[in-house]
Design a protein around this ligand. Structure first.
Ligand code: ZN
Length: 342
């Protein structure tokens, strides 16, 4: 029998201090060459073990082999010059120096497929693999070639589809696309963003997901959140079209956020990964707090479609804190699972 309320994480988990400087986002590697390759695999093993001990049902690689959730993927593609940098505004929120698209983009070799095969060998549990979404990818680059956000997103969607098909063949159960940009560029999301995402999942038989959040707990994001007012209704702009799309699951932020829970109703019929762990707070949720969030969500999503999850990735947190939060997530899910059984 399929377990009710299977727990998962949105994606990244902290890396060990011997692999990269801890409690730092996009932290540089401490190892090199063959040692780095082996170190990443060892960190992946540890991350899987920590998720299992914490009782997480759908495990991931904890993104142990990537430095950045978008650029690590792009680094493996042709057509992008990482030496040629331009300062652009990311998600309409903060300026960053980014690489330049200098020619047609293409994927000459798989990016994460070997890592996914390695993860598959570590566990019998369902595994989830995260890829950046097309709109978030274009928002992290300067485009001197296509000079069209839509055109570039479409090219990336085709590349993501190639990668996703190979991840599926490697045994990945859920392929998740991270699209924080969906919470910013609403007109583009509805005009072509969701269509690009559907191009990325074309032909897949495995489960597919999109993760839309309010970002890591970094200052640019917490400052932005302060400007969003008493109710965060961003999801309202994109959920109706997502509900009608071919994407199977939606991962969203709920814990400690000002997202009105009833917006989940707009996704009725989809599977929902409900963020019940705040990744921007050092306070560990109690199992009862997690349970309370899940109970609220259950008003708007059927129990067999609810996946207790974290709001976003936990890479910038300490390992101790991240472990405690994963345990709280499992314990909170267990409370509600027990209630549903009686
Ligand atoms: Zn996120």
């Amino acid at each position: 029998m399929k377990r009710l309320l299977p727990t998962a994480t949105a994606g990244s988990l902290p890396k060990p201090a011997w692999l990269a400087e801890p409690e730092k986002l996009w932290s540089p590697w401490k190892l090199h060459g063959a040692e780095l390759a082996e170190g990443k695999r060892d960190a992946l093993r540890l991350s899987v073990q920590e998720q299992q001990v914490a009782g997480i049902d759908i495990v991931s690689d904890g993104e142990q082999s990537r430095q950045h959730f978008v650029t690590t993927f792009i680094e493996h593609l042709d057509g992008v010059d990482f030496e040629k940098r331009q300062t652009v505004r990311i998600r309409d929120r903060y300026d960053a120096s980014v690489p330049t698209v200098v020619g047609p983009v293409s994927r000459s070799r798989p990016v994460f497929v070997e890592d996914a095969r390695f993860l598959r060998r570590q566990t019998q549990q369902p595994i989830k693999w995260a890829l950046p979404g097309p709109m978030t990818m274009i928002d992290t680059l300067y485009d001197a070639h296509y000079k069209s956000r839509e055109k570039l997103a479409w090219e990336f969607a085709k590349i993501l589809n190639q990668e996703a098909r190979e991840l599926e063949a490697a045994g990945v159960d859920i392929i998740q696309f991270d699209e924080p940009a969906f919470n910013v560029f609403f007109d583009e999301v509805n005009d072509w963003g969701i269509a690009a995402l559907e191009r990325a999942i074309e032909g897949l038989r495995c489960e597919t997901a999109v993760h839309i959040c309010y970002g890591y707990g970094i200052k640019a994001n917490t400052d932005w959140k302060k400007t969003l007012g008493a109710e965060w209704r961003q999801y309202e702009r994109t959920f109706p079209k997502l509900q009608a799309s071919g994407i199977g699951m939606v991962s969203l932020e709920c814990q400690n956020s000002r997202v009105p829970m009833d917006l989940i109703e707009l996704l009725r019929g989809k599977q929902v990964m409900v963020g019940a762990i705040d990744v921007a707070s050092e306070t560990v949720e109690t199992p009862e707090e997690v349970a309370a969030t899940l109970r609220k969500a259950l008003q708007f999503v059927d129990a067999d479609k609810l996946f207790p999850c974290t709001n976003c990735g936990m890479a910038p947190l300490s390992r101790t804190l991240a472990r405690a939060k994963l345990e709280a997530l499992s314990a909170g899910a267990a409370i509600v699972r027990n209630e549903l059984a009686h």
